[in-house]
Design a binder for this molecule. Sequence first.
Ligand code: C2O
Ligand code: CU
Ligand code: CU
Length: 496
Amino acid sequence: MFTRRHAIRLGLTTGAVGAVGAAGGVFQTLTSGQPAAAAAASGAVPTAAAAPAVAPFSVPLTVPPVLAPYRRTARADHYRVTMRRASKEILPGTRTDVLTYNGSFPGPTIRARRGRTAVVEQVNALSMPTSVHLHGGNNPVEHDGGMMDTIAPGRRRTYVYENEQPAATLWTHDHAHHMESEHVYRGLSGLYLLSDAAEDRLGLPSGKYDIPLVLRDARFDENAAMVYTMDDSENRTTLLVNGRPWPYLKVEGRKYRFRLVNSCNLRIFVLALSDGSTTQHPVQQIGSDGGLLAAPAETPVLVLSPGERIDFVVDFAQYAPGTQLVLANMLGPGPTDLVGQVMRFDVGERTPDVSRVPAELATLPALPAPTVERSFDLTMDEPGTGHQAYINGKTFDPDRIDTHIEWGTTEVWTVTNKSATIPHNFHMHLVQFRIIERDGQPPYPAEAGLKDTVLLFPGQTAKLQLTFDSHRGVYPYHCHMIDHSAMGMMAQLKIA
Ligand code: C2O
Ligand code: CU
Ligand code: CU
């Protein structure tokens, strides 16, 4: 159970957990320090500074298309993706130029299977270099999509993913050095859903009852063009789910599995289901970044920073048909009538449901005894003092190896956000780690599974346990508030 104590440790206001109603939530803009007005959310028509207005919950949610392999062999599925510009209807009645995988915003979903290889040919039809990173994937360096390992305009490259890891909600996004922040913002982002037999056996909601929710924010100008300015968290106040602004989804009265991905550059979400009253509507979190939790964790709030994923189940059979549940967001920055709500679920008639959420979901790997300890401090020039961000006092240098690791070892890393007002997170390539401590206490259940990204509000510390026993080579680790990594908050380790 996610308790009030946990919420305080996460840096939330105590009111955030006590009052999760869309109108009653206490909002606090941790990045700007200015509390947003706690205005009533329901029924308000958002009027962003200059962007064309969108009535909330007027656009149906859509799900990104699933990419079909162009070739299947006994062991592998072959895909082809073209990175190209496209003009899409995002705000109703307008067109927005975006960067896409295969013309889709967000990109098409690859459904991969553990033990089957996915061979993905990426064709760069854009005018700048790109690099395609499979976030959360356990892959050799040459297939990791490193920031210096780019695909030149007009060229193509084939990434091979062996899929030797548990079922998980993974994410592909651009990683081209110094361009990743703008490229991801403009649309180079897509889902990669890895399934396996162990997950199938659980009987979780599946098929059309397993729905990805890729969250992001954006800033639009009066012509519906997307505006990119580095570190512009305050003005990205249009919230999109699967590329749709504040959508609604008609659901049957039964269980659904949702896969949340925070694909924002900077925004952190603290989400709760709300019917407009102060009644709590807890959900069951079943998975985190690297796959299923050991056991479901009932929680009234879902907290996810950029790059993090949360799988959760809601049983809509407990609500009367006609009930409307808003997925409310309790964290700024931005006006509550815009950023205080993400989407709405409109509950329909009860339907037959044989899906289950078993009390045991997965067996997490044993934690070997660590033999090395290290610490990492995250700092950034505070607002108005510069534009650089640091790990252990250094900005990123692609020619420098910051951390040398002996293959096969298990280490404990103590990561601290030393910024006074700015949240950060910490993302590792290659390794799914475990959070063994947060501010001196055990992690809460929703955070106790396989993780590749950990959120750290100002002043917070997390102890991570990592085992480097898969691939060798040089991989980055960085803050995944991706504007910060572009400002230097990134470093490299070498496993040899
Ligand atoms: Cu989402 Cu370096 O990664
Ligand atoms: Cu990554
Ligand atoms: Cu950061």
